[in-house]
Design a protein around this ligand. Structure first.
Ligand SMILES: Nc1ccn([C@@H]2O[C@H](COP(=O)(O)OP(=O)(O)OP(=O)(O)O)[C@@H](O)[C@H]2O)c(=O)n1
Length: 389
């Protein structure tokens, strides 16, 4: 059997980037031989094994053929006579289809090194179309490598467009898609991910509500892309990036109900984790109030702070304020005035209300809650008055 390093580890070493995970390819072996050498099979479905000491993944060389719609519709052929070249050919991009042997020699039958030099994301063969998730993968790689000048080859973008228009993307499971979406949003240029999906007509399939924003004209779409850019420049965590993305579903001219319904639909469809879902809904609901915070009466301010549960979940309110800040920064200078300090100050004023005097007065249970709210409202009234002077 021959063993090669493949995929991201070879690509990233050639790009001079840190390598976090190594994938290995085994040519000329059977599953029985792998197990006899101490490798542990990963699952029943794929011919992938874990190294007994390092725990790294070793996959048997295989060819893949699509037998139906969706991810379930795969058959593959793994056998000792599948060659290295055949295995590399079924892969997504030429830059991911370079192998390295144990002498450090590169085997690169599809021009991966040439495309690395030319900064091109190019598909290896028509087999690209056998896994529609690759549309998202290429958009994610574009978001990751945009800063170093990478672009998608015209013929690959055309193939992605054909795949998107065929309706195949709707067959992807939410879990696989979310993995790509969440990783893409954390890349250095997350707006490139959305732009690429829009360019190849995949946005209308994956996030129809967002595609509608782009259709309304450049201003709303451009603002959304700018907000994502700001998120990356300010190192914002995933919930902030996700909430900013979903806020772009609708423009501020829309009333709140359809906006929240669109956000909820996308949250559910993508099966986003709970912290992402919650922040997106809260941003959808309170975004306008946050931008008008100084005009809010103390009771509306308190209602917002209570809804965020700032006493037990301070980080969620911080993330909300950060999301508003990113949105404001993406506007033209002077266009959107957001006063985050005012909101922080209001949260501090509400939090500063001590509980102990109320406990000492004998308040308990629901009565204690009411008394606390009343005391916080008083504190916010004072805060609003002082701030407006
Ligand atoms: N849908 C997919 C997923 C993976 N691959 C191939 O499997 C390799 C390993 O995949 P993965 O670990 O998911 O990605 P990496 O390329 O290592 O990239 P990343 O840095 O994003 O992990 C890829 O390089 C590519 O050759 C593929 O062709 N099609």
């Amino acid at each position: 059997m021959q063993i090669y390093k493949v995929g991201g580890a070879v690509r990233d070493r050639l790009l001079g980037r840190p390598v976090t995970e190594v994938d290995w390819l085994v040519v000329g072996a059977t599953p029985e031989e792998m197990q006899a050498s101490g490798f542990r099979p990963v699952g029943a479905d794929f011919p992938v094994f874990l190294h007994p000491q390092t725990g790294e993944e070793y996959a048997l060389a295989r060819t893949e053929r699509k037998s139906g719609r969706g991810y379930g519709g795969f058959t593959f052929h793994a056998s000792p006579d599948v060659t290295l070249e055949e295995d590399l050919q079924r892969r997504d991009l030429t830059i991911n289809a370079i192998a390295e042997d144990d002498q450090g020699q590169l085997i690169d039958p599809y021009g991966g090194q040439r495309d690395l030099r030319a900064r091109l994301l190019r598909h290896v063969s028509p087999a690209f179309a056998e896994d529609p998730l690759r549309v998202l993968r290429v958009a994610r790689f574009a978001a990751r490598y945009a800063e170093t000048g990478f672009r998608i080859a015209d013929e690959t973008l055309e193939l992605m467009r054909r795949l998107a228009r065929s309706g195949e993307l709707s067959a992807l499971t939410a879990e696989r898609s979310w993995k790509e979406i969440s990783r893409a949003l954390m890349e250095p240029r997350p707006e490139v991910f959305i732009q690429v999906l829009q360019n190849c007509d995949a946005l209308a399939e994956l996030f129809p509500e967002l595609a509608a924003t782009f259709a309304k004209g450049n201003a709303a779409g451009g603002h959304l892309l700018g907000t994502l850019r700001q998120c990356a420049e300010h190192d914002q965590p995933l919930p902030v990036r996700w909430a900013c993305l979903l806020l772009g579903c609708t423009t501020s001219a829309d009333s709140q109900q359809p906006r929240l319904a669109a956000i909820d639909t996308l949250n559910q469809r993508c099966k986003a984790p709970r912290d992402c879902q919650e922040l997106a809904m809260l941003l959808g609901r309170y975004h306008d109030d946050a931008f008008n915070a100084k005009k809010l009466h103390a009771d509306a301010l308190l209602d917002m702070l209570q809804h965020f549960d700032i006493y037990r979940r301070p980080e969620r309110f911080e993330q909300f304020v950060a999301a508003c800040e990113m949105h404001a920064l993406a506007g033209a200078p002077g266009e959107l005035l957001f006063e985050g300090d005012y909101l922080h100050g209001a949260a501090s004023a509400a939090r500063a209300v001590p509980v102990k005097p109320l406990l000492d007065q004998g308040f308990k249970g629901a009565d204690l809650g009411k008394a606390l709210s009343a005391a916080r409202l008083d504190a916010l009234r004072i805060y609003c008055r002082e701030y407006s002077q």
